[in-house]
Design a protein around this ligand. Structure first.
Ligand SMILES: [Cu+2]
Length: 168
């Protein structure tokens, strides 16, 4: 009998730790992919949409990845007819809404890649909420030679990732 109790306790402990490691409740990241560029490129970008099913807005900041030295959230600005990127400390996913990272708009820069990323590889990275919750994402690498996945986004820009990295 005591053995049975032990195993139930062990199971409860396992379940408890699984809950602690789970993603923040009601925030999901969908349609994530990382652009695969020629090996000469040291930086690339990740695109995805953050869905916030909470009744409050959530601030999202860049996390980490073992595939890059650091991650930065970038936005685009049109200034005097020129497109430029600027770093953003955080973006806000509205209550019961989403925030989309899409080509020509917001993107997560992977800076100083630690290894070449080939089409079909997987890249793990994290995002954090301003409260310190961690979102773990496992995204496929999709070569820049292939069309961007048609996510349910409405990006109005046609700027290609190749032009984008050329601006760094
Ligand atoms: Cu950028």
């Amino acid at each position: 009998m005591s053995c049975k109790w032990m195993s139930v306790g062990g199971l409860a402990a396992l379940l408890f730790s699984a809950v602690l490691q789970a993603q923040p409740d009601q925030i999901t990241v969908e349609n994530a992919y990382v652009r695969g560029l020629p090996p000469s490129q040291r930086n690339t970008a990740a695109f995805f949409s953050v869905h916030n099913h909470r009744g409050q807005e959530v601030r999202i900041v860049a996390g980490d990845s073992d595939a890059a030295e650091r991650l930065e959230i970038h936005g685009h600005q049109h200034r005097n007819g020129m497109m430029s990127m600027q770093r953003e400390d955080a973006v806000t996913a509205p209550a019961n809404g989403e925030f989309v990272f899409a080509p020509g708009a917001y993107h997560l820069m992977l800076i100083n890649l630690t290894r070449p990323l080939a089409d079909g590889d997987r890249v793990k990275f994290t995002l954090k909420t301003a409260e310190g919750e961690i979102l773990a994402i496992d995204a496929p690498v999709i070569s820049v030679l292939k069309p961007a996945p048609s996510a349910n986004t409405t990006s109005s820009s046609t700027m290609s990732p190749t032009e984008h990295t050329g601006m760094h």
